[in-house]
Each structure stands twice: as structure tokens, then as C-alpha cells.
Design a protein around this ligand. Structure first.
Ligand code: TYD
Length: 136
């Protein structure tokens, strides 16, 4: 997990951020999705991915991401600016909460949607992390 600060092109007409794969984004972008109209009490995520890498961006508003890589203590990160992206590597358990009114979460993903790439059980997630770390 890391925060990536995006370069902003700023002039008196406003601000612009351009994201290119393998430049600002550390992988090839194969999918883009966004989450919006999110009820304030909504909690999303609650899973990890086996092979997927993602960048989460608070395009508008703010929300909290709780991340766990199965090794370090869980971290809570508030995303509240379109200038920053949260990079989530493979095998990162994540959940999202505290969505502000009107918030929009943009996600850039390294793979097409694949239901089989999800780990929805936290124990299974910790088992997979252990298995990977014992084979490297
Ligand atoms: P999910 O990944 O569980 O969302 P979140 O992590 O934000 O809670 O996906 C919610 C639903 O949307 C699920 O039925 C699968 C579908 N979906 C797609 O069809 N394509 C996609 O690219 C994504 C991310 C989800």
C-alpha cells in the first residue's frame, strides 16, 4: 500500500490531472470503474484480490479505506483529494466507509473483472498471505 501524489496542471482556468499507465500508475490499466451515490452509512469492499492491483482516488468528497496486508498492523487512510491515489497491491484486504455526501471513488485496475480473483473470507486471506510468504 502506498499513496501516490499526482502532478497537477494548474492555471487560472482550473486544475487538471492526467494519469498514464506505467507512468503515474505503476501498472497497465485494463479496467476503470467508479462508485457514486453512496449512502453515508455504506460499507464496501471487505475482500482482497489474488492478482489484481488497484489505485483508488477520491475524485470528489472523502472516504476512509482500511487496509491490511496480512503482515503489518491494519491501517486506516482517509482519501479526500483527487491529487492522491491509494495504490493497493495484490493480496491487500480492504474495506471502505465514512463516505461523505456526493463522494465519488474512481478505481483504476490492472485486470478485467474476474469473480474468481476475489478472496472474500478473511481467514482464507491470512492463509494465502502465509502461503505466499513461505514460498518466497
Ligand atoms: P464489489 O467488487 O463487491 O464492490 P465493492 O468492493 O465496492 O464493495 O462489486 C459489487 C458488484 O459489482 C458485484 O456484483 C460485482 C459487480 N462488479 C462488476 O460487474 N464489475 C466490476 O468491475 C466490479 C468492480 C464489480
Amino acid at each position: 500500500m502506498k499513496i501516490i501524489n499526482f502532478p497537477v496542471v494548474h492555471d487560472d482556468r482550473g486544475k487538471l490531472i492526467a494519469l498514464e499507465e506505467l507512468r503515474e500508475i505503476p501498472f497497465q490499466i485494463r479496467r476503470v470503474y467508479y462508485i457514486y451515490d453512496i449512502p453515508a452509512e455504506s460499507s464496501r469492499g471487505g475482500h482482497a484480490h489474488i492478482d489484481l492491483e488497484q489505485i483508488m482516488i477520491a475524485i470528489s468528497g472523502s472516504f476512509t479505506v482500511i487496509v491490511n496486508n496480512g503482515i503489518l498492523p491494519e491501517q486506516s487512510i482517509e482519501l479526500n483529494t483527487p491529487r492522491k491515489g491509494l495504490y493497493l497491491p495484490r493480496l491487500t484486504w480492504r474495506s471502505f466507509k465514512n463516505f461523505s455526501s456526493g463522494s465519488v471513488c474512481l478505481v483504476l485496475a490492472s485486470e478485467l473483472y474476474n469473480e474468481k480473483d476475489y478472496i472474500n473470507d478473511k481467514k482464507e486471506f491470512f492463509d494465502q498471505v502465509l502461503r505466499r510468504s513461505s514460498t518466497v
